[in-house]
Design a protein around this ligand. Structure first.
Ligand SMILES: [Cu+2]
Length: 604
C-alpha cells in the first residue's frame, strides 16, 4: 500500500531525445529510444560534480552538461570524490509528488488494546527540496564526509535553508574488502525520498575488481540495465474490509504474576487490503516499459552473438515495484540464465568461496533497491526471447504488478569474433568484509516487526512502522533526528527475525552492511545469500487464534555483523521508499570499541 502519488507521470512525448542540460531544458528533452544506455563515467581521481537540476516535475543528476545520471565506475580500494550541488528551484513541485492528504496535525492514536504495542501515528513531512547522496550497499562509514545521510544535506536554490550549504563534497574510500559488483546512488532526505526518486534521481555504480578483470579478459561483454519507476498511481484506492480482523477477545492473557510484555502486534486495526487499480510506470535505461503485449519496436533489442555469453548487471531502482526477472521464449518457456551476483556480491559460501555457476530456469525476484548480475546466452537458432518481469503477487494490500516485457533478445546472424586468446582464469579468492559471517558466534537475537496502520478516522492515509519487539516498545513513525532504536558494539554479530505483520511485501534494507539470509518463513536456505535488501513475505491468515493474533507474520531470519570500520549511526528501513518516507525506518547505532571513534558519535 502506498500513499497516493501522481505528479511525476509523463507520457512519452514525441520530442526527440536530447540529454543536454540547458537553461531552458535543465533535464534535457524527450525520453531515450529503446536500446539506450546511460553514459558511463570512470570516476576521475580529482573527483566529479553531480548537480541536481529541476524542470517542473523532473529532477536530474547532471554531469558535465549532460542531464542523464552517469553510470559510475570505480575500483576497489580507490577513493571516490563527489561534489553534490543542489540547484532545485521549486520544492513545492516535490511536495506535490509526495502524496496528498498527509496531515500536519496529529490525529488520535490508534486505539490501544491492553497487551499490545501502542501505536502513535505520524505527521506530514513537507518536502523541503533538500537533497543528499546515499551510496546504496557501500561498506563505507556512515560518517561525514562519507555515507552520512542523517546529518548531511544540501539546500535548494529557493526555499528554506535547513542544511546550511548548497553543495557538499563527499569523500568516499572504497575498501578493498568490499564486494565488487553493481551498486547505486540516490537521495536519502527522510520524507521526500520517494518523490525525488520518482522525479528522476537514481543512478548506477559499478565497483570493479578482479572478477571484472577476469570477465573482460575472457571477452565477455557487459550491459548495465537500470529499471526505474516514474509514477506511483495509488491515488484513489479504496480499502476493502480487514482481511483478518482480530476478535475483541484477542487481548493476551499474561501469566499471573508477570507484568504484561505488550510486545504483540495489534492486527485489529491494521491489515487492511487495498483495491488498487493503477499500474505504475516503469522505465528501462530511461525508455518507458510498455504494459501488455508490446510491439518489439517499443522494446530494447539485445542481439547476442552465438557462443559468447554476455554479462548483464540489472538494477531495480524502482520506488516500490518488485521485479521477477526471467528470460522466456515467445511461448513463455523459460530459457536458462546464470546468476553470478546479487546486491553487488558474487554468490559465495560463508568463507567467500564462489559457488559453482549453475544455469537456472527459475525466475529471479529482485526487490526494490536489489541488484542481480547474470550471464546470458544467445537464444537457440530461430528463437526470439524476451527479458521479462513476471507478475508479482505483492499481497492484498500491495501494488498490481502485471507481467511486462523489458527487452527482446535475439541471436546475431553473424558469428562472434574470436574472443581474446586468454584463458578465463577464476579470480583468486579475496578476503571480504563479511566472510565467515554465518560461522560467527551470535551475540544476540532480536525480533524486528513491520506494521502499517490507517490513521484513525482516515480512509486514505496510512502510517508505516518498524520496531524491535521488546517490552515497553511503542510503534512510532520515524522522524528526522529520532534517537537510535538499537545500539550495538562494533565487532558483535546478531540474528534478526524480520516479521511482516501486513498484507503486502516489504523490502528490508540496512545501510553499510550486507547480511546473510538464513531462512524465509522458517525454511532454512541452503546457501544463505549475502544481500543488502531482502523481500519479507506478507502475513498469512492462519485461521486460528494464536498469541500473535489470528495471523502468522511473514518472517525472514538474517545474520548480520557490525565491523569496527562501519561504526556510527546506520539507518535500516523498508526500501519501498514511500513506506520509509512515512515512518518505516529506524537507526542502529554501532558504538566503536576504540576510543578514537567516540568523538564522531557525540554529535547528537
Ligand atoms: Cu515496506
Amino acid at each position: 500500500m502506498c500513499i497516493g502519488i501522481g505528479g511525476a507521470a509523463r507520457a512519452a512525448d514525441a520530442e526527440p531525445f536530447d540529454s543536454r542540460s540547458t537553461a531552458t531544458a535543465p533535464c534535457g528533452h524527450g525520453v531515450p529510444p529503446p536500446g539506450h544506455f546511460a553514459p558511463e563515467l570512470r570516476a576521475p581521481a580529482e573527483g566529479l560534480t553531480l548537480t541536481v537540476r529541476q524542470d517542473h516535475d523532473r529532477l536530474c543528476y547532471t554531469y558535465d552538461g549532460n542531464a542523464e545520471a552517469p553510470t559510475l565506475r570505480v575500483r576497489l580500494g580507490s577513493d571516490l570524490t563527489i561534489t553534490l550541488r543542489n540547484e532545485i528551484t521549486d520544492p513545492r513541485a516535490i511536495d506535490s509528488v509526495t502524496g496528498p492528504g498527509k496531515l500536519s496535525v496529529a490525529t488520535d492514536r490508534v486505539p490501544t488494546i491492553p497487551g499490545f504495542m501502542p501505536v502513535v501515528p505520524g505527521m506530514k513531512h513537507p518536502a523541503t527540496g533538500a537533497t543528499n547522496l546515499h551510496l546504496h550497499g557501500f561498506a563505507v562509514p556512515p560518517v561525514m564526509p562519507q555515507d552520512d545521510v542523517l546529518t548531511v544535506c544540501t539546500d535548494p536554490a529557493t526555499g528554506a535553508r535547513r542544511c546550511g550549504r548548497r553543495e557538499f563534497t563527499y569523500r568516499f574510500h572504497i575498501p578493498s574488502t568490499m564486494t565488487e559488483g553493481l551498486y547505486w546512488y540516490h537521495p536519502h532526505v527522510h520524507g521526500e525520498v520517494q518523490a525525488q526518486m520518482l522525479m528522476g534521481l537514481t543512478g548506477a555504480i559499478v565497483v570493479e575488481g578482479p572478477q571484472d578483470d577476469a570477465r573482460r579478459a575472457a571477452g565477455i561483454d557487459e550491459r548495465v540495465l537500470i529499471v526505474r519507476q516514474t509514477q506511483d498511481l495509488d491515488a484513489g484506492r479504496t480499502q476493502a474490509a480487514a482481511m483478518t480482523a482480530a476478535p475483541a477477545e484477542s487481548t493476551i492473557q499474561e501469566p499471573a504474576g508477570r507484568a504484561p510484555a505488550a510486545t504483540a502486534i495489534d492486527t485489529t486495526h491494521e491489515l487492511l487490503c487495498g483495491a488498487n487499480s493503477g499500474i505504475d510506470a516503469l522505465s528501462l535505461n530511461g525508455t518507458p516499459v510498455p504494459v501488455g503485449e508490446a510491439p518489439d519496436a517499443a522494446l530494447a533489442n539485445f542481439e547476442l552473438p552465438a557462443g559468447r555469453k554476455q554479462f548483464w548487471r540489472i538494477l531495480n531502482a524502482a520506488t516500490d515495484a518488485f521485479l521477477d526477472l526471467a528470460i522466456i521464449d515467445e511461448n513463455g518457456k523459460p530459457l536458462p540464465l546464470e546468476v553470478v551476483a546479487r546486491d553487488g556480491s558474487a554468490l559465495t559460501d560463508d568463507n567467500g568461496k564462489p559457488l559453482p555457476e549453475t544455469a537456472t530456469l527459475n525466475s529471479q525476484l529482485v526487490p526494490p533497491a536489489g541488484r542481480i548480475e547474470v550471464l546470458v546466452n544467445a537464444p537457440p537458432p530461430g528463437v526470439k526471447a524476451y527479458l521479462v518481469t513476471h507478475a508479482v503477487d505483492t499481497g492484498c494490500a500491495g501494488d498490481r504488478l502485471p507481467e511486462r516485457r523489458l527487452a527482446v533478445i535475439t541471436r546475431a546472424t553473424s558469428t562472434a569474433s574470436e574472443p581474446p586468446s586468454v584463458v578465463e582464469a577464476p579470480a583468486s579468492p579475496r578476503h571480504t568484509l563479511f566472510d565467515g559471517l554465518v560461522g560467527r558466534h551470535t551475540d544476540r537475537e532480536r525480533v524486528i516487526a513491520l506494521a502499517e496502520y490507517p490513521r484513525p478516522g482516515m480512509t486514505d492515509q496510512v502510517d508505516f512502522y518498524i520496531v524491535e519487539r521488546k517490552p515497553g516498545a511503542v510503534l512510532r513513525t520515524y522522524g528526522m533526528g529520532s534517537a537510535p532504536a538499537i545500539t550495538v558494539h562494533a565487532g558483535t554479530t546478531e540474528e534478526w527475525v524480520i516479521e511482516n505483520w501486513t498484507n503486502e511485501l516489504h523490502a528490508f534494507h540496512i545501510h553499510q552492511v550486507h547480511f546473510r539470509v538464513l531462512s524465509v518463513d522458517g525454511k532454512p536456505l541452503a546457501d544463505p545469500p549475502l544481500l543488502d535488501v531482502v523481500n519479507v513475505p506478507y502475513a498469512e491468515a492462519t485461521g486460528y487464534h494464536s498469541k500473535e493474533g489470528p495471523v502468522r507474520p511473514g518472517r525472514v531470519r538474517i545474520k548480520v555483523t557490525f565491523p569496527e570500520s562501519l561504526a556510527g549511526d546506520i539507518p535500516f528501513h523498508c526500501h519501498l521508499v514511500d513506506h520509509e518516507d512515512n515512518g518505516m525506518m529506524a537507526v542502529l547505532r554501532v558504538l566503536p570499541t576504540r576510543n578514537s571513534g567516540q568523538a564522531k558519535l557525540s554529535r547528537r
